[in-house]
Write a protein that binds this ligand. Structure first.
Ligand code: NAD
Length: 330
């Protein structure tokens, strides 16, 4: 049975600890946190043993969830991989692409797996939307959060926007052609609000906005695909679809609400405009992410969000940060 450990049991790490305990076929054996008081509080709460240090934790486990602050991911992951452990690294994989490259190479040499915690890939709204996403052309994302000091050790691009960058890169199977971006550090020392327009070689365009100083939280992604418009709400875990259907198309039968809104003609073919609200599976995205990482390890398959995926998202995030820096007038 795979033995699981968690490094960093703050806001998100304690949720990893609780959810790993619910995952079947693994045994959650130990935690470690640089703050001993936090470690012992979570150990008491969850009944999971508290290791004295990272080395001690690594001796007890096969898999490590790394849920420490982003600037520490690299050192913690490196130590774990060198000890031959599979690692689930919270997003973003690291703060620099050099560090991410290094971890990927190390993991290959040690024959261990990396999964990166880009949790929206496991969001049921995205899972329900995927079957409609034939050739997506335009994306508009808004990820807005209320201010809180956690996460401000990195720019909002690495903290929040990277979720949408990763989702979009997973849907557009084409290299990035160009990036235009702007952003401002309003409250913290790092960018708190940013917008980027990403153009892809295949002509797809993504307009991505993230803020951590908003009054109203929002996690929305609108997608214009071939003959379909989708509106995803990651927070509400819902998706609305407007699409065209012709009598020649194979019959699509989906669970959920379907309404015919009218008829139009496109390319001399009569089409029906259809509104659908597909059923969204009931699942906890983080628990599902942990379960799929367990499966990838046991089945020797590629994790859903691999180290390479984490690196690709980070490359785009770095490019956005570089663009913003170069365009900032001092
Ligand atoms: P947090 O500050 O609440 O918790 C971090 C914990 O790590 C603290 O308890 C701290 O004492 C401990 N720590 C610091 N350095 C350590 C080290 N070297 N070894 C062991 N423990 C150490 O932060 P958080 O909000 O839980 O975020 C942690 C990570 O999770 C960040 O990388 C963040 O980007 C990521 N995160 C991801 C999501 C998501 O949606 N996937 C959401 C929130 C946070």
């Amino acid at each position: 049975m795979l033995r699981i450990g968690i490094a960093g049991v703050g806001h998100l790490g304690k949720i990893h600890a609780k959810l790993w305990k619910e995952v079947e076929g693994v045994s959650t054996v130990a935690i470690y946190d640089a703050n001993p008081a936090q470690a012992s509080a979570i150990s008491n709460e969850t009944g999971i043993e508290n290791a004295d240090d990272l080395e001690g934790l690594l001796e007890k486990v096969d898999v490590l969830s790394i849920v420490t602050p982003t600037p520490t991911h690299y050192e913690v992951a490196k130590q774990a991989i060198l000890a031959g452990k599979h690692v689930l690294i919270e997003k973003p994989i690291t703060t620099t692409t050099e560090q991410a490259h290094d971890l990927i190479e190390l993991a290959k040499s040690k024959d261990v797996k990396i999964q990166v915690g880009h949790i929206e890939r496991f969001n049921p709204a995205l899972l329900a939307a995927e079957r409609y996403l034939d050739d997506p052309r335009f994306f508009e994302s808004h990820r807005m959060a209320q201010f809180q000091p956690r996460g401000t050790d990195v720019a909002v691009v690495l903290d929040l926007m990277i979720h949408d960058i990763d989702v979009i890169l997973s849907l557009v199977k084409s290299p990035v052609r160009s990036i235009d971006a702007s952003g401002v550090a309003v409250v913290s020392e790092e960018l708190d609000i940013a917008n980027a327009r990403i153009k892809f070689e295949n002509g797809a365009v993504a307009n991505v906005t993230a803020s951590r100083i908003s009054q109203t939280p929002m996690r929305k992604l609108r997608i214009f695909a071939k003959e379909a418009y989708l509106s995803l709400d990651f927070g509400m875990k819902s998706v609305d679809v407007f699409r065209l259907e012709s009598a020649l198309d194979p019959v699509k039968q989906h669970a959920g609400l379907t309404m015919k809104l009218g008829q139009i003609e496109k390319g001399n073919v009569p089409r029906t405009i259809i509104y659908e609200k597909p059923d969204v599976p009931e699942l906890n995205p983080l628990k599902y992410e942990l379960e799929l990482f367990r499966d990838a390890i046991l089945q020797h398959s590629r994790p859903v969000v691999s180290g390479e995926d984490g690196l690709k998202a980070l490359e785009v995030a770095e490019e956005i940060l570089k663009t913003i820096k170069s365009e900032t007038i001092v």
